[in-house]
Design a protein around this ligand. Structure first.
Ligand code: AP5
Ligand code: ZN
Length: 221
């Protein structure tokens, strides 16, 4: 099964992905996580992507398509995969469809998490992440056990599973969010129109508490 997990920045793609992975038994492929890993490792690709990502723009289609191409050739993707943050432009969509068609595959589900723009700033600005696992927390909506009633800081925001410190993303600012939302509406939303006629798009109201959002996703699966 091939799924696109779709939605604006802060919609809850990364938050719900681990449960979809556990349910379907196929891996999550997040181009955002792959790019952040490349930036952290200081690779040539990471150097190319760093500035664009920090300002909230989109990295070039060629670069992300090559990352995905390489990743889906790995054995654990043989039974399918969940795309998180890809495709993001019509060009990427065409390249994905062509890549899948070569193997006789196609996109089976587009799970589209819908959240009004006005709600996203609070979600984004309160997010803390565990870098290694990609786990997402929120100071108010999904606090780690370590926070209790203390103020959020690098000392009090620790990953539930490893106890390691959480961090904030460089692009999680109001300023960068503006550009990310512009890119989303102009370049990414048209992708839904492309997959609509195939009957694979499932729209989910993601402006509800996480357990309610998850139960709607579960019904689609
Ligand atoms: P990427 O990492 O893909 O970021 P994004 O799409 O902006 O999405 P986010 O990770 O911000 O949102 P999410 O939906 O995963 O939210 P989360 O679940 O964490 O991309 C980053 C950058 O990389 C791009 O800007 C671009 O530069 C580059 N890039 C990546 N892919 C690319 C591509 N294909 N082409 C070109 N460039 C690319 O949730 C957010 C917060 O809200 C968390 O704190 C969470 O706890 C909280 N939350 C979640 N659900 C709820 C809820 N229901 N109620 C309350 N709070 C909630
Ligand atoms: Zn994410």
């Amino acid at each position: 099964k091939i799924m696109i997990l779709f939605g604006p920045p802060g919609a809850g793609k990364g938050s719900h992905a681990p449960k979809i992975v556990a349910t379907l038994g196929i891996p999550q492929l997040s181009t955002g996580d792959m790019l952040r890993a490349a930036v952290a490792a200081g690779t040539e690709l990471g150097k190319q992507a760093e500035g664009v990502m920090k300002s909230g723009g989109l990295v070039s289609d060629e670069l992300v398509v090559s990352l995905i191409k390489e990743r889906i050739s790995v054995a654990d993707c043989a039974k399918g995969f969940i795309l998180d943050g890809f495709p993001r432009t019509m060009e990427q969509t065409k390249m994905l469809d062509a890549m899948l068609a070569e193997a006789g595959d196609k996109v089976n589900y587009v799970v589209a998490l819908e959240v009004p723009d006005a709600v996203l700033a609070e979600r984004i600005c309160g997010r803390w992440v565990h870098k290694e696992s990609g786990r997402s927390y929120h100071i108010k909506f999904a606090p780690p056990k370590s926070l209790g009633d203390q103020a959020p800081s690098v000392e009090t925001m620790l990953d539930d599973e490893t106890g390691q410190p959480l961090m904030q993303r460089k692009d999680d600012t109001e300023e960068a969010l503006k550009s990310r939302l512009e890119a989303y509406h102009a370049q990414t939303v048209p992708i839904l129109g492309h997959y609509g006629p195939a009957g694979v798009v499932h729209k989910i109201d993601a402006n509800r508490p996480p357990p309610e959002v998850w139960s709607s996703i579960e019904k689609v699966l």
